[in-house]
Design a protein around this ligand. Structure first.
Ligand code: ADP
Ligand code: MG
Length: 359
């Protein structure tokens, strides 16, 4: 054909499609961590332990004590669009799990070497399996393909090695393993504050001293004290569970926010969960920041943890694979109502401080 003429249209192969999707869903190690943590929580885990090498680029390992995966499900585990959480599109309206697309493990297997060891309560022994590009593979040539029996505790251990080994450009973009590790700690910390019922550990491979360690059955406030600073926790104001008005929003909010004495100068002071999912909501963050400008000195920043519970029928989680941005009905009213709840906490605190000074 002519160089200036049209080129023939061809269908992309399944592997190319899946590799493109993987690159979109897993931008960096911390995206994979978030997906893996959500899977562990979906599995009902009360203990989640992460081991990280080279900021997650060499190794991400997550060990949980959740319900495990049945042997029969292992062949489909890393297949794209294979999930145990969603059947019909309508189910999205009543979704209570983090996952639903069945894309996370597939994506991880398209950009790293995945090993899974899992055991359910009813299984006598555990099972081990290796995956590449969505499929079960043999661990080495000449060995029959997985899964194979393995010693294991109840729960699941997923290891992803050599992230982006097949995407050299992406891999080269990561200059600093310690910066990636800090992003991972940021995500784990936030989930630990929001899920204090579970014990959390995050450490670098080979290190005996974990960077994050919280006990099971803790509280959000105790975990904030452990993971952020004790002085921040001491100064926090509670936003008690508040049903947002008007009633038809079908939403409630709760959380902990810093007071007028705190300046959270570091990164990572914005923890916002919608139906237990960590999301960035720029709109709500801006509104809260601007509320604080009347309480804080110029240039100072708040620390804010808010958990919004909302009727799943009113949120659209089906927006982007990374699911960090979700949309909901009556968004503007919701922003006003959320700011109102935080303002109440802040102004109650101001009143009580004046009172203390006077006595
Ligand atoms: P999704 O979470 O959207 O279903 P994933 O690719 O993250 O998709 O996971 C695929 C399936 O693998 C899940 O639906 C679940 O059945 C199973 N799974 C993944 N991780 C775990 C885990 N840690 N414990 C138990 N089951 C898991
Ligand atoms: Mg998932």
């Amino acid at each position: 054909y002519e160089p200036s003429g049209p080129r023939p249209i061809e269908k992309l192969s399944k592997d190319v499609i899946n590799q493109i999707a993987a690159a979109e869903i897993i931008h960096r190690p911390s995206n994979a961590i978030k997906e893996l943590i959500e899977n562990s929580l979906d599995a009902g885990s009360t203990s989640i332990k992460l081991t990280i090498k080279d900021g997650g680029l060499k190794l991400i390992q997550i060990a949980d004590n959740g319900h495990g995966i049945s042997r029969e499900d292992l062949p489909l585990l890393c297949t794209r669009y294979a999930t145990s959480k969603l059947k019909a599109f309508e189910d999205l309206q009543s979704l209570r799990t983090y996952g639903f697309r069945g894309e996370a493990l597939a994506s991880v297997s398209y950009c790293s070497h995945v090993e899974v060891i899992t055991k359910t309560k009813n299984d006598g022994c555990g099972w081990k399996a290796h995956y590449a590009d969505g499929e079960l593979v043999s661990p080495k040539p000449g060995v029959p393909p997985d899964p194979r029996p393995a010693a294991a505790n109840d729960g699941t251990i997923i290891s992803a090695e050599d992230l982006f080994y097949n995407m050299p450009l992406r891999k080269r973009a990561f200059k600093s393993a310690s910066d990636e590790y800090n992003r991972i700690l940021d995500v784990v910390q936030k989930y630990a504050v929001h899920n204090p019922h579970a014990a959390w550990v995050c450490k670098k491979a080979g290190s005996s001293l974990p960077d994050i360690s919280t006990p099971a059955g803790s509280t959000s406030k105790a975990n904030i004290s452990l993971l952020y600073t004790a002085s921040l926790a001491a100064d926090l104001l509670e936003v008690p569970i508040t049903v947002l008005q008007p009633q038809y929003l079908g939403a409630s909010i709760r959380g902990w926010v810093s007071n007028a004495n705190t300046n959270w100068a570091r990164r990572g002071g914005w923890l916002f969960f919608i139906n237990n999912r960590l999301v960035d909501s720029t709109k709500i963050k801006k509104a809260i920041d601007s509320l604080y400008t009347s309480y804080l000195p110029k240039g100072a920043a708040p620390w804010v943890y808010l958990s919004l519970d909302i009727d799943p029928a009113k949120v659209d989680v089906n927006v982007h694979p990374t699911k960090s941005d979700v949309h909901f009905l009556n968004e503007d009213e919701m922003v006003v109502a959320i700011v109102g709840a935080v303002q109440t906490a802040l102004s109650n605190a101001n009143t009580s401080r004046t009172f203390t000074v006077q006595t």
